[in-house]
Design a protein around this ligand. Structure first.
Ligand SMILES: Nc1ncnc2c1ncn2[C@@H]1O[C@H](COP(=O)(O)OP(=O)(O)OP(=O)(O)O)[C@@H](O)[C@H]1O
Length: 725
């Protein structure tokens, strides 16, 4: 009897969604399921999906494990050990056959396996689909492919300042290569002169041999050392250039990039590229010179034999080029997949508390493991390609030996060639083929490095944000008058969602203006625009009647004190955290700022006081806010922006801190303050309150005026009062 559970087709998650791990006991399922051709399965089916009632289990790749459609017989032991209740694949039911005997099941399994391998075989033949990376690695390759010449040109730009190292390295390389390639000639000549009892020639050859050995040894040492230095210079410059290029990007760039991905570019990708000069180019040139020298020597010795070897080497070169471009593609994918795996790890570790509290360690492991699987998948094909390449090399290498012995032997018998010449021929043909192999191997490594460099070069080439390149106005005296004039804005990453619409209001010098509104109404976005983290899409922001984009950005930001919603601390001591962004600050000033922010007492109670090393996790939310407030106050800013800056403080600390925010150190000056707060009780004393709703200003006035108007502000105040009651 056959039980079946037919369900509506399962909705498969899109490729970009996190991939859930297989439930326990299902790891072998894909192999067992491989039964019928994948006629009705869409290509995305190499994902597995797990919801409350369904388990959809699909082989990791349709291509390599040709899959299933139609009813599927599940062995009892799998059903027994699994949480499977019902299952279907694209609406096709998985059937459960509890009546099948163990022998039947085993025979079925064996048949399925044989069928699977038979299906699999044509795919792994040269040109088969198994080798193709295009349709089963769903990573986005953002960067345009880089040609080897362009990559080498970029690398040269980076090391050109220290060209003496490169020149020394190449000079040593040429001398060492010529010395090494001459050794077999004198070696053979010495042996045969000894055999011919020609003492003078023998001694001369031995002296030359010693000289060549010493020269090649010294030059190899210089070559290795200089290429190592060139490598170090290249990686250092590359990381410097990449890091500074990233630091100077617009904030919107970071909305689209992840931290894990960027750190992977700086780490793994730069390291991979570092091999280019020290290993790849060095060896390619050395072997190219030696191979070229051997070929000329062979053609001089015997041109028919030399031509035969040349033909074999040309075939080897053709295989090598194909292999090299395959490796380049694989390397490119490996870098992308590694970056994605890093991304997952970085996200998990930075949110480890959330992971622990929600007990999602297994899911996170599954997510990371999914990328590792992809990595292994690509590396597997890379290794297989290496095996095929080695196979070709071996065949071709031994063919030269056979040809040399066959034709050479016949020539000796015919008296056309001497035994000494044939020995030299075999030695040099071996050298030639090995050089070709090495050149091939190194070219493929070079291709891999170039493949890895694509995203790095793409990022290095990004122009810095115009904010850093344009010089703006520095005002003699800043009054602190800010005016938003019909400002509208949408985030570059969401061009269709207008976050701020036609906003107009002013903050006069010395005024405290509060911005309130429901969550997501655009309050922080207004602050982002004022800090010029983004530019308005419409309208203007004026500072003392000057458009904000005409001001020098560094000058402008130095005059603003900003405390954000969740202040972050650097992994430095507390003094350095407070001093962050301020130059020439004395310890007394730091302590003054800490006292103003009511942070001095708790800092003094720490084991090392102001010298205590902190990071983002070591202090409470309120303590971090107080340090951030001290940081802002230390600048004695003309404009102070507080975005929920006191939300984590207790009522007493908040009251105390609020008192000092308005006061400035220099008595003659005033400070304009913009406060964003959800706790409406904290902004009642503001000179004006701007009420936002859905990206628009709906009310402006003092606390009393707004209560009398009985609009959104009055409603929000009443609701908060009710909640407190
Ligand atoms: N970097 C960003 N990229 C795209 N959209 C964003 C970005 N930052 C914020 N948004 C969107 O802009 C809208 C307004 O966000 P904003 O942070 O300004 O609201 P808010 O009023 O400050 O909210 P809250 O009171 O919760 O802090 C929200 O819909 C948010 O999803």
């Amino acid at each position: 009897m056959v039980h079946s559970n037919i369900h509506t087709p399962l909705k498969l998650p899109p490729l970009s969604q996190p991939h859930l791990p297989l439930p326990t006991g299902f790891t072998t399922m894909p192999l067992l399921l491989a039964r019928t051709p994948p006629s009705s399965l869409p290509p995305i089916l190499h994902h597995h999906y797990n919801s409350n009632n369904h388990h959809l289990l699909i082989a990791p790749s349709q291509k390599r494990f040709p899959l299933i459609a139609g009813p599927i017989l599940l062995p009892r032991r799998i059903l027994a050990s699994s949480p499977l209740k019902c299952a279907s694949i694209n609406g096709v039911p998985i059937l459960n056959n509890p009546e099948a005997s163990t022998e039947q099941v085993h025979a079925g399994e064996l048949l399925q396996r044989i069928r699977k391998w038979l299906d699999f075989l044509p795919l792994i033949l040269p040109g088969g689909r198994w080798w193709d990376f295009s349709d089963d690695v769903d990573v986005q390759l953002v960067a345009q492919p880089v040609t080897v010449w362009r990559a080498l040109g970029k690398m040269w730009e980076l090391v050109a300042r220290d060209r003496w190292v490169i020149i020394a390295a190449f000079s040593a390389l040429i001398v060492a290569a010529v010395s090494e390639i001459s050794i077999p000639h004198f070696l053979t000549a010495s042996i045969f002169s000894a055999q011919g009892a020609d003492l003078v020639v023998f001694h001369r050859n031995v002296r030359l041999l010693v000289l060549l050995c010493v020269t090649s040894g010294i030059c190899s040492g210089i070559r290795g050392c200089c290429f190592g230095i060139a490598n170090m210079i290249l990686v250092k410059r590359m990381r410097e250039t990449l890091y500074s290029s990233l630091l100077l990007q617009d904030i919107s760039f970071f909305d689209n990039e992840t931290v894990g991905d960027l750190t992977s570019r700086l780490g793994a990708d730069c390291q991979q590229v570092s091999r280019v000069i020290g290993n790849d180019l060095n060896l390619i040139l050395r072997n190219f010179l030696q191979g070229g020298g051997s070929l000329i020597y062979l053609l001089i010795l015997s041109w028919p034999l030399g031509l035969c070897t040349l033909v074999i080497c040309s075939i080897l070169a053709a295989v090598m080029l194909r292999y090299g471009s395959y490796q380049k593609k694989a390397a490119r994918l490996i870098q992308e997949v590694t970056a994605s795996a890093n991304d997952v790890a970085q996200e998990t570790f930075s949110l480890i508390r959330t992971v622990r509290v929600y007990g999602t360690e297994e899911e996170e492991y599954g997510r990371y493991n999914w990328w590792l699987g992809k990595l292994a998948d690509i590396s597997l094909r890379q290794s297989a390609a290496y095996g095929v390449w080695n196979f070709n090399f071996n065949i071709l290498y031994h063919s030269t030996q056979v040809i040399a012995v066959l034709f050479g032997g016949m020539s000796i018998l015919g008296g056309h060639i001497t035994a000494e010449k044939l020995t030299k021929f075999i030695l040099y043909s071996e050298w030639l083929i090995y050089s070709t192999w090495w050149v091939g191997d190194n070219i493929s490594n070079l291709m891999q490095s170039v493949g890895a460099s694509e995203k790095v070069f793409h990022l290095m080439d990004l122009s810095p944000s115009s904010q850093f390149t344009e010089r703006g106005i520095k005002l003699q005296r800043l009054m602190g008058c800010i005016e938003f004039l019909n400002v509208s804005f949408h985030y570059p990453s969401r061009p269709t969602v207008s976050v701020v619409q036609h906003v107009s209001f002013a903050v006069h010098p010395g005024e405290v203006v509060a911005i309130v509104g429901l969550s997501g109404s655009g309050k922080s976005t207004l602050v982002n625009l004022l800090l010029r983290l983004y530019e308005p899409t419409n309208g203007q922001i004026l500072v003392d009647d000057i458009p904000i984009q005409d001001l020098d950005i560094m000058w402008w930001r130095e005059r603003i004190g900003f405390v954000g919603q969740e202040p972050k601390l650097f992994r430095m001591d507390i003094s350095s955290n407070i001093r962050y962004g301020c130059r020439d600050v004395k310890q007394e000033d730091i302590e003054w700022a800490a006292k103003q922010a009511y942070a001095h007492d708790f800092i003094s109670a720490l084991p090392n006081g102001y010298g205590t090393l902190v990071d983002d996790d070591l202090l409470s939310g309120g303590q971090k806010q107080r340090i951030a407030i001290a940081r802002a106050l230390l600048r004695d800013p003309k404009i102070l922006i507080l975005d929920e800056a006191t939300s984590a403080l207790d009522a007493e600390s908040e009251h105390n801190v609020k008192g000092v925010l308005r006061s400035v150190r220099s008595d003659s000056a005033t400070r304009s303050v913009i406060v964003i707060a959800h706790r409406l009780s904290t902004i009642q004393a503001a000179d004006r309150i701007v009420v936002m709703d859905g990206g628009q200003i709906v009310e402006i006035g003092s606390h009393r005026e707004l209560l009398l108007r009985d609009g959104l502000y009055a409603r929000l105040t009443r609701k908060q009062a009710d909640a407190m009651a």
